[in-house]
Design a binder for this molecule. Structure first.
Ligand SMILES: *Cc1c(COP(=O)(O)O)cnc(C)c1O
Length: 221
């Protein structure tokens, strides 16, 4: 088996069955993705729209492509025909555009709201108040072509495991709150996307069911 395949297989054996592995292949060549594909990996994450489109066009069609990074409104149209999950929705304006483009493509696009949980300064992600405003907005409630299926967050890039745990726990608590308050009886709200190469173990301990792992599988970028 190839080296990437071995790493994917080992990681899958290590994580609980309910945790989905998103193999983050950004900046990596198609050959690296094919190595992962060969051992059965089908879920891949990219953070650049153009790169995602190129890889979608050239790689097997049964790959489930996730856009994990910040998405600009004017680029939604390029990924709307095929994207399986958008992880980093951080405004109502973006959701409006996703809804429109999904409608044009006769699709319902699954999305996660990205919450800002890191104590360090970060540009992206919603505060809890922002998120609730979106979820209550008339405009959102009327949308037929987007489905919010969960939440996503990134912990601070620190060595302090207790701090990372706290941040993930905060997001999990908020996820439970949103699920109860806004998605009562809705079985579609099920995804808590948290954890990367450096912190996925902590994230899983704190309730993550979707990890986004790149460098520890494909090597440093
Ligand atoms: C790059 C990236 C990852 C993967 O990071 P690694 O440390 O390489 O595992 C996960 N999530 C997001 C949003 C990213 O941009």
């Amino acid at each position: 088996m190839n080296e990437i395949g071995l790493k994917i297989t080992a990681l899958k054996a290590e994580i609980p069955e309910n945790v989905t592995l998103v193999a983050v292949s950004k900046t990596k060549p198609h050959a690296a993705i094919s190595d992962a594909y060969e051992v059965g990996q089908r879920v891949f994450g990219e953070n650049k729209v153009q790169e995602l489109v190129d890889k979608f066009e050239q790689l097997p069609k049964d790959i489930e492509w996730h856009l994990i990074g910040h998405l600009q409104t004017n680029k939604v149209k390029y990924i709307a025909p095929f994207v399986a999950l958008i992880h980093a929705v951080d405004s109502l304006k973006l959701l409006v555009e996703i809804n429109q483009q999904a409608k044009k493509n006769n699709r319902v696009i699954d999305c996660l709201l990205q919450l800002r949980i890191a104590q360090e300064e970060t540009k992206f992600g919603l505060t809890f108040e922002d998120a609730e405003q979106i979820l209550q907005a008339h405009e959102f409630v009327e949308m037929k072509n987007v489905r919010i299926v969960g939440l996503m967050g990134m912990a601070s890039f620190v060595n302090d495991n207790a701090q990372i745990s706290d941040e993930f726990r905060t997001l999990n608590n908020y996820y439970q709150h949103v699920k109860n308050r806004f998605f009562n009886n809705n079985k579609d709200f099920t995804i808590l996307s948290m954890g990367m190469s450096g912190d996925y173990k902590i994230a899983i301990e704190e309730g993550s069911n979707m990890i986004r792992v790149g460098s520890s599988l494909f090597g440093n970028r």
